[in-house]
Design a protein around this ligand. Structure first.
Ligand SMILES: Cc1cc2nc3c(=O)[nH]c(=O)nc-3n(C[C@H](O)[C@H](O)[C@H](O)COP(=O)(O)O)c2cc1C
Length: 199
């Protein structure tokens, strides 16, 4: 008789145990949309390749999508000459309202929750084409992570200036990186952001 009771008790424990397992599996399924929601896009503008290298480190480190902000009219060496008062970049940077045109666009921006935005520092600021980029999309509800490369300048107020052009997004504090930083250095910073990048 005692044996029978023990067998029945053990069976009940197993049945409830299995039911519990079943529950936890279905909880995971319910959470799936949240996890999918943390999809990351790394966007960047780069005239001479430094910011591009950093963007590639981030995208490959996070297995994220990457998008290059490509000017409709490419910047020539003459355009980039900051010693020339009449060069295209000098003229653009002297005009806070300049919005140089971009060729192409991000497909399905709505599917990304975290958007990195990378750019070189030009005259202490973000190139005006990055203003065109941030004005072109609805970033509300997204987390934006600005980063830049430069000769030596820090990120300064460049990211705060870009933030003014968006609404409803959470901008994390930005980071200045050196174009020659290794992937390990770059990912150390990315991992320090404390974001959940799991796919
Ligand atoms: C027009 C222009 C202005 C620049 N102004 C600055 C500056 O104010 N401070 C600085 O440290 N570097 C400045 N630089 C250097 C760039 O920020 C640096 O080379 C950057 O890494 C270039 O990135 P990229 O290769 O992705 O275009 C300037 C470069 C250009 C072309």
């Amino acid at each position: 008789m005692m044996k029978k009771i023990i067998v029945i008790l053990l069976s009940l424990i197993m049945i409830f145990g299995l039911a519990a397992c079943g529950n936890s599996a279905s909880t995971e399924e319910t959470n799936a949309p949240d996890v999918q929601g943390s999809k990351v896009l790394v966007t960047y503008f780069s005239a001479t390749g430094n910011t591009e290298g950093i963007a590639e480190h981030i995208a490959s480190g996070l297995n994220a999508d990457i998008y290059e902000i490509v000017p409709e009219e490419p910047y020539t060496d003459a355009d980039l000459n900051y010693s020339d008062n009449n060069s295209r970049t000098t003229i653009e940077m002297n005009d806070p309202d300049a919005l140089p045109a971009i060729s192409g666009s991000v497909e399905n921006m709505e599917k990304y929750t975290v958007v990195f935005i990378g750019y070189p520092i030009w005259w202490g600021d973000a190139p005006r084409i990055v203003s065109t980029f941030v004005e072109s999309y609805d970033f509300s509800g997204k987390i934006i992570v600005p980063f830049c490369t430069s000769g030596s300048s820090d990120i300064g107020s460049s990211a705060a200036d870009l933030e003014q052009l968006t609404s409803g997004a959470e901008w994390l504090s930005g980071k200045r990186l050196s174009g020659s930083d290794s992937q390990d250095t770059v990912m150390e910073w990315v991992n320090s952001l404390g974001l959940n990048f799991e796919e």
